[in-house]
Each structure stands twice: as C-alpha cells, then as structure tokens.
Design a protein around this ligand. Structure first.
Ligand SMILES: *[C@@H]1O[C@H](CO)[C@@H](O)[C@H](O)[C@H]1NC(C)=O
Ligand SMILES: [Cu+2]
Length: 182
C-alpha cells in the first residue's frame, strides 16, 4: 500500500525546499572549467600585461584573475571606449584589492562567463598608464570581425583611465576569493 512514511515526507519537504532555494536562474550551469589569467605578467610588456589576454570561454566557465606586483585591476569596458568603465551593475570591476609587492596577491577575482558575448577588460591603474600601454584583454572576441584586441590597444593609446567608482576598493561582477595554492 502506498503511504507517506515520515522519511518520504521529509524527503519531499527537502526537495521542495531545494527547489524553492533555486528559482529559475539566469546564470548558466557551471562547466567546472577555470581559466587562470595573470595580471601583471613580468615576462611581457614590462609587466603591464594580462596573460593570457585573449581568452575563449564557454558560458558557465570561470575566469580566475591572479594578481602579480604591484597594484592592478580588472575593469570591464566596451570595445569602442578603451580604458573607460562600462557602467551598470553587472559590469566587472575587481577594485584595487589585490596589491602585492612580491609574488601573487592573497586573493583572486573570479568571474562567471554568462554568455558568448565579448568581454573587453583593462587595468585601471592610472599611475603608469597601464591601459594606455596595452594592459587589456578580451574574452570571446568575435574572430573575423574588425573588433580585435590589437585595435583596442591601438585606440587605448592617449586615452585617460577612468575608475568605475570613487571607492577604489568597491568591486562588482565577480567574487574576491582566497588564492589557493595549487
Ligand atoms: C592598493 O593600491 C591602490 C593604489 O594603487 C590604493 O588605492 C588601494 O587602496 C590599495 N588597496 C589596498 C587594499 O590597500
Ligand atoms: Cu595594471
């Protein structure tokens, strides 16, 4: 005979609770793939560099930014306005939370890739004009279009870096996570 045992009831309740805790989400399911990107590579462009700087990622992949000396950020922009923050609540800004004088900063900045649209980003450190000197990158550039990273870097020359917020430590569009040694 079919009856609701206390166990089945508890299970149903748990499942309902889980379902309620996860309403239809706009985020893609995690793929488990992490792209590690180093900000301030010492091997290229006098350290004013993201490595890699041209990333192809699937929705649900994570971007994990690791910061090398001295004080860099990841700041999202549009293609057409290099070194200027994109604006809006979803735009990526790590904040100046990853200063380090040697080795990697204690924290990383993790960003979920939501779709296949290009994500243009730059370092907004104004001292030393990092963005103008080529410290920028892109996720999911549309290959075959004329919106290339090389073009972005060309347009960045002579611009003035702008910050997304007055508070240099404000961050959005990602998570500050502990930098766990591999
Ligand atoms: C890191 O350095 C920047 C200046 O480049 C400064 O604005 C910021 O407050 C520093 N961050 C921390 C966490 O001390
Ligand atoms: Cu920088």
């Amino acid at each position: 005979m079919l009856s609701f045992t206390p166990f089945a009831l508890a299970l149903t309740t748990t499942l309902l609770t889980l379902t309620n805790a996860h309403p239809a989400t706009t985020h893609p399911r995690s793929t488990g793939i992490i792209h590690r990107i180093y900000a301030g590579s010492t091997t290229a462009n006098n350290g004013l560099h993201f490595e890699p700087e041209n990333i192809v990622a699937e929705p649900g992949d994570l971007l994990e930014f690791h910061f090398l000396p001295k004080a860099h950020t990841v700041t999202q922009s549009s293609f057409s306005a290099p070194c200027e923050p994109l604006g809006g609540d979803a735009a990526i800004f790590s904040g100046f939370n990853f200063n380090t004088t040697a080795g990697e900063a204690d924290s990383v900045f993790t960003v979920l890739v939501k779709d296949r649209e290009p994500i243009w980003f730059y370092c907004s450190q104004p001292t030393g004009t990092h963005c103008q000197k080529g410290m920028s990158g892109v996720v999911n550039q549309k290959f075959g279009s004329d919106k290339t990273l090389a073009k972005y870097k060309e347009m960045a020359v002579g611009t003035v870096s702008r910050q997304p917020s007055e508070d240099p430590l404000a961050s959005q569009g990602g998570w500050i996570m502990p930098n766990v040694a591999l």
